[in-house]
Design a protein around this ligand. Sequence first.
Ligand code: HEC
Length: 425
Amino acid sequence: MSTETHIEEPALPAQGELYGYLAEYDTPGELVEAARKVRDAGYTDFDCYSPFPVHGIDPAMGIKRTILPLVIFGGGFSGALGGLLLQWYCNAHAWTWNISGKPTWSIPANIPIAYECAILLSVFTTFFGMWAFNKLPQVWHPLFRLDRFTRVTDDGFFLGIEARDRRFDADKTKTLLQEAGAIALEPCYYDPDPKTRMMPKWITAFIVASTAFALIPFAIAAKARNSHSAEPHWHIFPDMDFQPKAKSDTANDLFPDGRTNRGEIAGTVARGWLENDDVLYHGLENGQWTTGFPKTHRDGTPFVVDAKLLARGQSRFNIYCTPCHGYDGRGQGMIPERVKALGGVWQARNLVEAPQADGKGGVVIQMPNGQLFNTISNGYNTMQGYAAQIPADDRWAIVSYVRALERAQNASTDDVPADQKGAVQ
Ligand code: HEC
């Protein structure tokens, strides 16, 4: 540790205004001591510079605890609030959409996004708040003009007092710094050329360019919202949208007829798919809707209308038909009920309605079995066909069950066996 202080002549011509004094100290401990002395002497416009954070320097310099945490809390809080508001606006205000009867806005579902927004805004306030409070970015500083100061990133511990401090006095300040144990002391002057204090042009250009660049997505979104186009979308990342494969109903050079779809080869049938039983597969008998039932099942076993077939029909009916036609077949399933609750009308046919005296109504009761089978297979108006989901055998089981329902829903006391009539209330 040296005890002698060298006062050096400034390395650069001293034409500029005086910025302040820079004193060098040998160790972090001495720097802390010097900072305390400078603070006690009443200085406020001074700063310490060291290659690494020095413990205890903040209280020694009289720096108050940063308010950054409070600002970050504010940022995080507005993030959480903004996230909640955004979800409320999208889901409960601008575009309410009933999804399985769930509430359009409920706090538990909103927590993940509110949480993410809180984190995002806290991080942004931390990052940019730190820059702002430290007055960064500072691309230029008068101390950079001193060669000695370059060691601040290596092994130099410095204390600088600015000339603008109201206690600054060329002689007294110098003495104070020396008495505080400075191993070197030099004045620092502003560069006389004001241009050097300005932000380098390339940084300005970079900021302008990157800001303009960052606005491009917003411009694209604004354009997309205000224009209409029949052109296909741009695919910046096509992912697997385009593949070298042949899609149905497209052109194809591979075949002489230029079509991708290859029809069935004439005169051939896939094994097991002959389906040459008109009654079983189409409900037709001699070109008319059959009024009976098929003779055999698909596997060739005889078709018998018995309790087993009805039970099968009931289970299939309850799965496939009740949502619209209801368990009793009166056309009041959950779907029409729901439509009614929402204020609309969408009626499924009453399958068990009896014909009136003038012959009107009772459409399904009067319909031949073959036509009922065909309706199940291929649909009717707004009811879709079920051939793809329900095998032909089961469609016939449903026909038998619909017939049973029709009888059950229109039963009178005459249908009750004579020996059990007494039990009927
Ligand atoms: C998604 C709702 C829905 C389901 C499921 C549904 N249907 Fe229908 N069905 C309808 C509607 C709607 C009509 C009336 C269509 C019209 O009149 O335009 C209808 C009409 C009918 C008719 C009368 C056709 C005619 O010619 O008048 C029959 C028979 C029928 N359905 C039977 C069935 C059976 C059997 C099933 C089960 C395999 C079934 N439906 C499943 C909605 C449905």
